[in-house]
Design a protein around this ligand. Structure first.
Ligand code: NAD
Length: 399
């Protein structure tokens, strides 16, 4: 069958496996061109199939020969109804295959990272292999979590606190600006979003790994956050998601205390705004992103997702140039949030309309990057060719 992109409300409904393979290979090739660095021997990446988690996995594996275990929630293809499977599924399959061919060990577990069962599966794996973990990356973005101890399910909402907010967003399908009104959160919305995207599950993972004695001396754990500029403050930092991120950030302090006997450390790293499956659905955020990309390219400080992560792990986490703020957060996002960048972005955003959006932003590339996340618009892929999902599924088993 031929696979053409299907996007609804900025959510990709399908993926092109060979495009996903090429997309992962392109990131691997970029990493191979960078100088190697001395990182962890073993890393557990929770949420390593797409976006920042995948970029971290590739940077560690190809920059420092790190053996990675990835836990992600992805859909396999379904041959009877022609569903292609999710991009993250194919990213995992290709990374796994290629890393193992290149002599870099890797392992994937597909399932719910929030569950006790998945934590136990990962613990069993490390125990059977008699290995400890040097680095745990927590890079989940999820709309839903079931508390494993109570069975109650929570939904995270991208809502504002206080007054409703109206603003422009980008419709990825048409590249047009659309007016969006963001609802005001109730107390229950705030609590639910904290339950899903706050630090509770990160802490459950670290508690379980400590209890099983699977963390190495000097082990580190990092969870990813976003702080963002004034332009996204109401929807992000001051909204429901920001409250969850505050909780995540406070959890780092608790975890650092727990890791003290191992001389370990828990950090939160605030990364820059990039196009991912998660960020594309945040209202208003895509307009900011499209303008930001243009400005940062012109200023010469733009980075792709994987190059940003590479700088974070090689220069900061395992290098000499760690930038910490007064709250102990690692700040690779300082280029995005600098006065130099924001003083150009802000005036553009304040006068953006549908008529001038294209010339004042990098919307074409923003949308192209979104398509590429799902294996489309990748150079070298012939989208007129039939794809044999079953043959690819069998040739690239997830192991
Ligand atoms: P993403 O959607 O690309 O990746 C999310 C990952 O979480 C995927 O691997 C997915 O499989 C996994 N996942 C979701 N639910 C799961 C579950 N129940 N069990 C197992 N795996 C599950 O998102 P992203 O943008 O890369 O976000 C990762 C982190 O980076 C988030 O904490 C986000 O806030 C942060 N961050 C993102 C940006 C940005 O601009 N995208 C900026 C700064 C920080």
């Amino acid at each position: 069958m031929q696979i053409q992109p299907l996007v609804r409300m900025n959510v990709a409904m399908n993926a092109h496996p060979e495009g996903c393979f090429k997309n992962v290979q392109n990131q691997i090739d970029d990493m191979k061109r960078e100088a190697p660095f001395s990182g962890p021997k073993t890393a557990l990446i929770i949420g390593g199939s797409t976006g920042y988690g995948l970029a971290t996995r590739i940077a560690l594996a190809y920059g420092s020969h790190t053996e990675t275990v990835n836990v992600s929630y992805e859909a396999a293809p379904n041959f009877s109804n022609g569903r292609t499977g999710s991009a993250g599924y194919w990213n995992n399959a290709y990374f796994n295959h290629t890393a193992n061919q290149d002599g870099i060990k890797s392992k994937d577990f597909i399932g719910d990272a929030f569950s006790n069962e998945m934590k136990q599966t990962v613990i069993d794996y490390y125990q059977q292999n008699n290995q400890k973990i040097d680095l745990v990356i927590y890079s989940l973005a999820s709309g839903r979590r079931t508390d494993p101890n109570t069975g109650v399910s929570y939904t995270s909402g991208l809502k504002v606190i206080g007054e409703p907010l109206s603003g422009l967003s980008v419709d990825i399908g048409t590249k047009q600006l659309v007016e969006r009104t963001v609802e005001v959160a109730s107390e229950a919305d705030i609590e639910s979003t904290i339950k899903v995207m706050g630090g509770e599950d990160w802490q459950l993972w670290i508690d379980a790994l400590l209890e099983a004695d699977l963390l190495s001396d000097n082990a580190q754990t990092v969870a990813y956050t976003y702080i963002g500029p004034e332009a996204t403050r109401r929807i992000y930092r001051d909204g429901t998601i920001g409250k969850a991120k505050e909780h995540l950030e406070h959890t780092a302090i608790t975890l650092t205390n727990k890791l003290a006997p191992l001389n370990g450390k828990a950090y939160v790293a605030s990364l820059k705004a990039v196009v991912t499956r998660a960020s594309a659905v945040i209202p208003i955020f895509p307009v900011y992103g499209a303008v930001l990309f243009k400005v940062m390219k012109e200023l010469g400080n733009h980075e792709t997702t994987h190059m940003h992560v590479h700088r974070f792990v090689s220069d900061m986490l395992y290098g000499q140039n760690i930038e910490l703020d007064s709250e102990g957060r690692i700040r690779p996002d300082s280029w995005e949030l600098s006065e130099k960048t924001q003083s150009v972005v802000d005036p553009i955003l304040s006068k953006i309309t549908n008529e001038n959006f294209k010339e004042n932003s990098d919307v074409d590339n923003f949308v192209k990057e979104f398509m590429q996340l799902n294996g489309f618009e990748i150079d070298g892929i012939d989208y007129e060719q039939d794809v044999d999902l079953e043959a690819l599924f069998n040739s690239y088993p997830i192991q």
